[in-house]
Design a protein around this ligand. Structure first.
Ligand code: 5GP
Length: 223
């Protein structure tokens, strides 16, 4: 019995900056055709190698505020002095098609998504770094941030890590592939939740009908 109709889920991933969450999200999306990435909007300047519309939609503060005022953002927050937010339209469209959406947002974004009209679809996963030294090394290695930015991100990490207590799942990124596997297991299990399977009632009815017909048939044979 194949259940084809599903209420799409919202996979919300958070972590302190440098815990490897963006690479994880990218890998998950690559491997799963039913999981789409929510591309956030931000007012932070574009960094080398980033492409508008791929990593983020890079907006001016005015444009960002306009979109918030027009109700076009599902959630938004100030992170490290810049604004970040989730455009609502693409999320609605993907969920409407029964697809799942992955979000790379901070704890404030996660909280707002849980409180949004789509809150019951949220599956939240917090990615912990294996150690503070590892986190700092990763931030230095990616070479994207100024010294000041880096210190801000390290300081923010303390607060962010404390927030993991309100997430549904916590995974430690000590081994990239193991972490991908763990999150894929979470997705697979969450997709099987009875109430996410919108076609389930119909399928049960069909199955029950089949049973009844079969029983009727065997009764006739016996008499
Ligand atoms: P970065 O500047 O390193 O790309 O992102 C900084 C932080 O902002 C990360 O923790 C990231 O998860 C968070 N972030 C990215 N997009 C959004 C968003 O749309 N909403 C919220 N609330 N946080 C976001």
């Amino acid at each position: 019995m194949a259940i084809r109709c599903r209420h799409g889920l919202m996979l919300v991933l958070s972590s302190p900056s440098g815990a490897g969450k963006s690479s994880l999200v990218r890998r998950l999306i690559e491997r799963d055709s039913e999981l789409l990435l929510s591309v956030s909007a931000t007012t932070r300047p574009r960094k080398p190698g980033e492409i508008d519309g791929r990593e983020y939609y890079f907006l001016s503060r005015e444009e960002f505020s306009k979109r918030v005022a027009s109700g076009l953002m599902l959630e938004y927050a100030d992170v490290f002095g810049n604004r970040y937010g989730t455009p609502k339209g693409p999320v609605e469209e993907a969920l409407g098609k029964g697809l799942d959406v992955a979000f790379d947002v901070d704890w404030q974004g996660c909280e707002q998504l849980v409180q949004s009209e789509f809150g019951n679809r949220v599956v939240s996963v917090f990615v912990l770094p294996p150690s503070v030294v590892e986190l700092e090394n990763r931030l230095i290695e990616r070479g994207r941030d100024s010294r000041e930015d880096l210190e801000g991100r390290m300081a923010g990490a303390i607060d962010e890590i404390e927030r993991c207590r309100s997430y549904d799942y916590v995974v430690v990124n000590d081994d990239f592939q193991r972490c991908v596997d763990a999150i894929e297991t979470i997705i697979a299990a969450e997709r099987m939740r009875r109430w996410r399977q919108s076609g389930l009632e119909e399928q049960i009815e069909l199955l029950a009908d089949e049973f009844r017909k079969r029983l009727d048939g065997s009764n006739r044979t016996l008499t």
